[in-house]
Design a binder for this molecule. Structure first.
Ligand code: GLN
Length: 302
């Protein structure tokens, strides 16, 4: 079978599962992964015969995709915020909304980082009067690390920062550590149950995309998500869909430094209720929409 013949076969076999453009994209991803040709060379050499073992691997991909398995699980990795991450059934597949959260967070953190550096300069020159902030390394806490996308993107942008990440799932932490090793970035990973975890330090930034789907919403979630992604990463562990947000609000009160920043991804249906939890103790607390105009993020400034 030639590359072009395989492409036609792929599209026809998966026409009930994927649209034409999804099929074209996915086919190109898998041909690249298995044959090693980028999309230009796939077109350039479209009449080239596939090696038997490549053809077999590609046909296996079609069978797997037919089961509804996310393509990222079959490839074993995905791209997020310009970086590659290993993914598997133990972690939530990174979502584009989290890229929006990070873009916003990076911009805001840059502002306080400038202040921390300015404090350092002022102290060196003997002038320590800077908004009452003391000289220190930027300290970031990520709650529910999953693949590690949030701490790793932040560490890449703020290499001097001290980044801590907690997750309940050992398997998720294994994946996050593998991603950290791959990118050669150092994160303090903690294995723990955040809901029963006593924070012992103060942070300048708290960021999280916790499980926020309520039990009653389960029927609205696509089968492919429920079947292939970890329930623990998606659903609140109790009937209270905001349980993580309540604990984060308590921790932010005690463990977020003055001028510290809070960034949360939230359930779009619970915007005002979630914001309400941060109405005290913050000089600023905002509900922010994602690019699809859904209430999706909370930004807080101490
Ligand atoms: N922080 C990870 C992400 O944003 C994991 C989130 C989760 O498992 N709820 O993808």
């Amino acid at each position: 079978m030639t590359i072009l013949e395989f492409k036609r076969h792929f599209k026809a076999e998966l026409s009930e599962v994927y649209t034409e453009s999804e099929s074209a994209f996915l086919c190109s991803v898998f041909v690249q992964k298995i044959v090693g040709f980028d999309s230009f060379h796939q077109r350039r050499f479209s009449d080239q015969e596939l090696l038997i073992q490549d053809e077999q691997s590609l046909l296996r991909v079609i069978s797997e995709l037919k089961t509804g398995k996310p393509y990222q699980h079959i490839v074993g990795e995905t791209e997020f915020y310009g970086m590659q991450f290993f993914v598997n059934e133990h972690v939530l597949i990174p979502r584009p909304e989290t890229e929006e959260l990070l873009e916003f967070a990076i911009q805001k953190i840059q502002e306080i980082n400038v202040m921390l550096n300015a404090t350092e300069r002022n102290e060196k020159s003997g002038d320590s009067s800077f908004l009452g902030m003391t000289k220190r390394t930027l300290k970031i806490l990520d709650i529910g690390t999953g693949t590690g996308i949030i701490p790793l993107v932040l560490k890449r942008y703020f290499p001097e920062a001290d980044v801590t990440s907690i997750d309940f799932s050992e398997k998720a932490l294994e994946t996050a550590k593998k991603n950290a090793d791959f990118h050669q970035l150092e994160i303090n990973f903690i294995h723990g149950d955040y809901l029963n975890f006593d924070l012992e330090q103060e942070f300048d930034v708290i960021i999280s995309n916790p499980p926020y789907i309520g039990i009653e919403e389960e029927s609205e979630i696509a089968d492919s998500v429920k079947e292939f992604e970890p329930k623990m990463a998606l659903f609140s562990p109790t009937s209270d869909a905001l349980i993580f947000y309540r604990k984060i609000a308590e921790d932010a009160e005690k463990h977020l430094n003055n001028n510290g920043l809070l960034f949360l991804e939230i359930n779009q249906k619970l915007g005002p209720e979630t914001l309400e939890l941060y109405s005290n103790g913050f000089s600023e607390a905002l509900l922010i929409k994602d690019l699809s105009e859904n209430d999706r993020f909370i930004f807080g400034k101490k």
